[in-house]
Each structure stands twice: as structure tokens, then as C-alpha cells.
Design a protein around this ligand. Structure first.
Ligand SMILES: C[S@@+](CC[C@H](N)C(=O)[O-])C[C@H]1O[C@@H](n2cnc3c(N)ncnc32)[C@H](O)[C@@H]1O
Length: 229
């Protein structure tokens, strides 16, 4: 799919499902998404002195978890205005620090942040290398990017269950609740395509990151990739 088309499709989907996003997210993942975000924050070693930009922040769950873990300087960026508006309504400390923009073209000065996070967002980017190059530019020396993303489990039993759930159950519930037919068929398709084609570690290295580490969570259902500038 062409970059411009993917950008429009992703924006349309998230603008459309924004009101149901939080409920469906926690319901469909039986709440385990909260643990995944917390674990990713701990692995990235953020501290109260960190300055975090949460990209593809959506309704803010990753940023909110980082704040609970003691990070005070937090900014959010997303291409969906509806998702950003919901984040703004959820908490009283992010107002003024939210930016409507794409990861591929970030309107921040060089070396502004010590940390960047992207939770369940990279899969939707229309140009991952372009986004990672812009992350590299706005991170300070030794700054870190933390990516949390779904993957297809390697164990055959877990994988079959996962595929059944993702391809049959999830689109059905997603369609009933959000009334958006495309949104929850897009999710399994995008995970499948992402898992087959995208190697995050090598893309990070090609974009100038020196050290990249990968962790597998919960039977390989999700991965955390941490890249250091
Ligand atoms: C699955 S949601 C994840 C939201 C949040 N990070 C979380 O953990 O719940 C994906 C978000 O990525 C945003 N997004 C997708 N492509 C983007 C891009 N190229 N630039 C910025 N945001 C993007 C969408 O608008 C959506 O809010």
C-alpha cells in the first residue's frame, strides 16, 4: 500500500474507533496490555529525570503508566486528533504537551528527549525507517527508544490459538462494539504482515542506533525492542 494511502487509512480507523478503543483494548487483551506497558517501562530504565515523548500515544495509556512510574516530563504525539482529545480528557497533566503529527515527520528540535516510546504503534507507521531516523535526530546522546509491539508466537500451539483468536473472535467483538468493520480485521492483518516482513533490530541499526536489545513477553505474544542512540 502506498504511504499516503496507509496514512489516511490508519487515521480514519483510529479516528473512527477512538471512543471504544480503551474498552476494547483492555477487554480483548483481558487486561494483560496494562502489564505489557509497565514491563516495557521498567525494561527501558526510565527515571524521574527522563524527558519522554510517547509517539502514537493514542488515548495515553503508555504515558499514564510512565507517569505512575515516576516520569514527570511527558509529551504525546499522534496522527489521530480524536485519540489525542480522549487522552487530554483523561488526565489533567498533559494539556499543552500533545501534538498532532506523524512519527515520520516530528516537529521537535534536535536532541530534545531522553526517551521515546511507541506502544502498539510502529506496525501502523507508513515509513518505519523514516520514523526511526527522526527519533534518532530528536533524542539526546545515549537516549533510548522503547518499542512495544505484537508478534506471532513461535510455539505452534500458542500460535494456532492466537491466530484463531485474532482472526475470528477479535474482529467479531470489535465489529459489534465499534461498528467499524474494517478496524478489527485490519489489526490481525497488520500483525501478520508486520511479523513476516519487518525486522526492527536491523532497521534501528541502519538508522544509526548503536545498541539494540529485544525481549519477548508472555509466550512471545508481544516484544519489547529497546534501541540506544
Ligand atoms: C493501537 S494504538 C496505540 C495507542 C497507545 N500507544 C496504546 O498503547 O494504547 C496506535 C496509535 O498509533 C497512531 N498512529 C498510527 N500511525 C501513526 C503515525 N505514522 N504517526 C503517529 N501516530 C500514528 C494511531 O493514531 C493510534 O492512536
Amino acid at each position: 500500500m502506498e504511504d499516503a494511502n496507509k496514512k489516511l487509512q490508519v487515521k480514519r480507523i483510529f479516528d473512527s474507533i477512538s471512543n471504544h478503543y480503551d474498552f476494547l483494548n483492555h477487554f480483548l487483551s483481558v487486561g494483560i496490555d496494562l502489564y505489557w506497558r509497565k514491563k516495557a517501562i521498567r525494561l527501558s530504565g526510565m527515571s524521574p529525570s527522563s524527558k519522554l515523548l510517547d509517539i502514537a500515544c493514542g488515548t495515553g495509556d503508555f504515558a499514564i503508566a510512565a507517569r505512575r512510574d515516576g516520569v514527570n516530563k511527558i509529551f504525546g504525539a499522534d496522527l489521530s486528533l480524536n485519540m489525542l482529545s480522549l487522552f487530554n480528557k483523561k488526565v489533567d497533566w498533559i494539556n499543552g504537551n500533545l501534538v498532532e503529527c506523524v512519527a515520520e515527520d516530528l516537529p521537535f528540535k534536535n536532541e530534545t528527549f531522553t526517551n521515546i516510546s511507541v506502544a502498539f504503534g510502529v506496525r501502523n507507521f507508513y515509513q518505519i525507517p523514516k520514523a526511526f531516523k527522526s527519533f534518532h535526530r530528536i533524542l539526546s546522546e545515549k537516549g533510548k527508544v522503547t518499542v512495544l509491539e505484537f508478534r506471532l508466537p513461535t510455539n505452534r500451539l500458542v500460535r494456532n490459538f492466537y491466530l484463531f483468536y485474532f482472526n475470528k473472535i477479535l474482529p467479531l467483538i470489535g465489529k459489534i462494539v465499534s461498528k467499524d468493520k474494517e478496524a478489527y480485521t485490519y489489526l490481525p492483518e497488520s500483525v501478520d504482515e508486520f511479523d513476516k516482513k519487518i525486522e526492527l533490530i536491523s532497521i534501528f541499526k541502519q538508522c544509526g542506533f548503536s545498541k539494540v536489545e529485544k525481549y519477548s513477553l508472555t509466550l512471545g505474544l508481544t516484544q519489547v525492542v529497546i534501541a540506544e542512540k
